[in-house]
Design a protein around this ligand. Sequence first.
Ligand code: NAD
Length: 472
Amino acid sequence: MSVWLERENPARLGELVGRVPVAEAADVDEAVRAADAAQRSWALTPVAERVEVLRRAAAAFEDASLNEEAAVLLAGESGKPLGDCRGEIRFSAVFLRWVAERAPEVLADVETDDASGRLLLRRRPYGVVAAITPWNAPIILTMLKVGPALASGNTVVVKPSPLAPLAVSRLLALFPSELVKVVHGEAETGAALVGHPLVRKVAFTGGEAAGRAIGALAGQMITPAVLELGGNDPAVFLPDAEFTDAAMDRLVMGSFQSAGQVCMAAKRLYVPAAREAEFRDAYVKAAERVVVLGDPLEETTTVGPVITAQAAERIRGLISVGEAVRLGRVACDPSRGHYVRPTLLTGLDDASPVVADEQFGPVVPLLTYSGTEEVLARANAGELGLGASVWSADEERAFDFARRFEAGFTFVNTHGRTGMALRAPFGGVKRSGHGREYGDEGILEYAQTCSVHAPAAFRAGGAGMAAAAYPV
Ligand code: NAD
């Protein structure tokens, strides 16, 4: 008899969105063994044929009625606004098509034949990939793993977050079932998957605690792991930055999209002390324009509830320090769900927990600085180094500053989703993790480069070399 995980709508307490069966260790074993058996023939399928699976999935994601069905599920389980959910599914299709286009070139053999000899570099799949994903952008964060892994000749077993397992399962069912398996459950199911001896690569996105546990277990198994962990992204406004309406709108949504529960949200704002009042005024006005706290299924909502009661309580605790400026408009009864009012905090120093740690919620601190070197040191302080942004009227100045960020990626004059590019690798430095998604690097993550070498000395007509000589 199955044990079930139920998901309640975080915007409508008491409303059940759906449920999934928990996979026991034996179910995980069965899924991995089946994925391993299928992988052998999948690896022999030419890459040009493999990517057709991604194109077919993308076409299905683009179907209007399927998009709507999955988006409604995603909004219900995650609390993200419906428009965002539709967009995430459409963007996932765009990503899969991009991988289908790039993979044949990125994964092609590289052959060299010259005076040194003949060298073949081949991109070999790992085998079975374990993908363990969070709830906050479950569709794209899963496709970032499944797309490149399949294109490279791997098969995949996905363990979605128990907080948003429904929409992603619906969409993963569109892939051939022998190539992509899904197992549901909490940490225990994830650990059974990561610790399985037939899993050859782990791809994880989530928080630091789970990242440490998964990295340690993968290390025990000598299984390589991509770890995409949390961030505490600074947004630095240089003295010449322009606080235009459009720029402020982008910044505000860069902090409050998905109720601030985004790894690359703008989580600390640094502005010149002399311009604090001007900035604050522009920021509050922007929030009036773009932040509407409400039920995710209402079309006008731009910010929904947070994911759980515990998250809401933790975030409200962070708001109890500093001077709080409540932001945006409220278009719902906040007692119906886990709603937290978007808030700007001022009057804090860098040691305050909401500045020093990832808040992962709709509250953002405004900090002031007086010198460029000072703000750079403060932005780079701490153990996390996911994203960052720099804002300036002078692009050269912004790029010079960006070169010195301790961050995996930096946006110029924007922050978050609007700053991303399919070709730009994404991932952290320091304790924000290692490995990359997006870009050619994000495809090569799922292939190991193996070589075949015929030294010139021993090819027909070669002069030979001493039996124990070092190569030159
Ligand atoms: P989480 O770490 O709690 O869970 C992520 C996944 O790991 C879930 O599927 C969970 O069931 C599983 N898991 C947890 N413990 C495990 C264990 N010991 N062994 C195996 N599996 C385990 O994260 P979350 O709350 O779902 O997501 C929030 C965090 O994710 C934030 O810190 C956020 O910054 C980070 N995140 C990072 C990125 C990125 O690309 N760097 C993107 C999105 C979210």
